[in-house]
Ligand binder design. Sequence first.
Ligand code: DGY
Length: 326
Amino acid sequence: MKPYVYLAKPVPEEVENYIAEHCSYDKWEGSEPIPRSELLQKLGQAEGLLITGEKIDDELLDHAPNLKAVSNISVGYNNFDTDAMKRRSIIGTNTPDVLNETVADLALALMLSAARRVPELDKLVKDGKWEKKSDEPLFGVDVHGKTLGIIGMGRIGEAIGRRAKFGFNMDILYHNRHRKMETEKELDASYVSQEELLQKSDFVLLMVPYTEETKHLMGREQFAQMKKSAIFINTSRGQTVDEGALTEALQNGEILAAGLDVFDQEPVSPDNPLLKLPNVVTLPHIGSATYQTRFDMAMLAAENLVAAVTGKEPTTVVGELKGVLK
Ligand code: DGY
């Protein structure tokens, strides 16, 4: 008998075929995320669950008495209540590494777009407002040779740092839970306090995981420490930023601009005042969203799922849940 798993998120055909070789399964086929009530009903027999972002908490786990593993198709796993999972010996996996370079590409795209006002000027051209007069009102700021401060120097942070250092000759400052001597050597990067980073950087880039400690890491006080000419980029999670404070900092000229791939509430409300500001470049949380990378993430998540329900150690178990599978 093959173990039974539930796929709460559609995956590419090749990935589904791989799962089918090893497991019996049912899947959600809607283009919208699966409604919570529907998901809860599907879990009675499931030994494994493939998912992105859905809250894995006591309520859900109470509906899943046979569950052994939850496989997230994302590197972030702030949707896991790891204590609740640990109490039930349920393992959780994520998809690190396969997305590093793709997310780093997007972070650079946001830096360049915000600095050179790409979306704003694209709109100006398409709206027929490109006029034969001084282009000074369209000027942006340089990226090359400036100082980039990275808060959260994990593997994605390092990939961003490499692009900035070797592609744009930027100076790299970073702040992280631990110092990373190899990275410092490779990127000629300096480890500094968060305060010093905020004060000295021309670009401040947030790439931390979302945890209780990083909730509203950037608030009024932090934006006030940044240079007036600085640009803020968030490619982590929306909840790491106090959006009210960011809005005020942008409106009051405390910082120059921002590039945001993530929001406190997603999809972001059309009424969010950040969307009304010309100096904010926005994206719909697409850091890892290329065909190849999303395929690689889905395949890694599938491999993790199959391993866990067939009694093998999955490749990328999240730190808090290593060794909990009986
Ligand atoms: C991730 O993998 O965590 C990306 O942000 C997509 O959710």
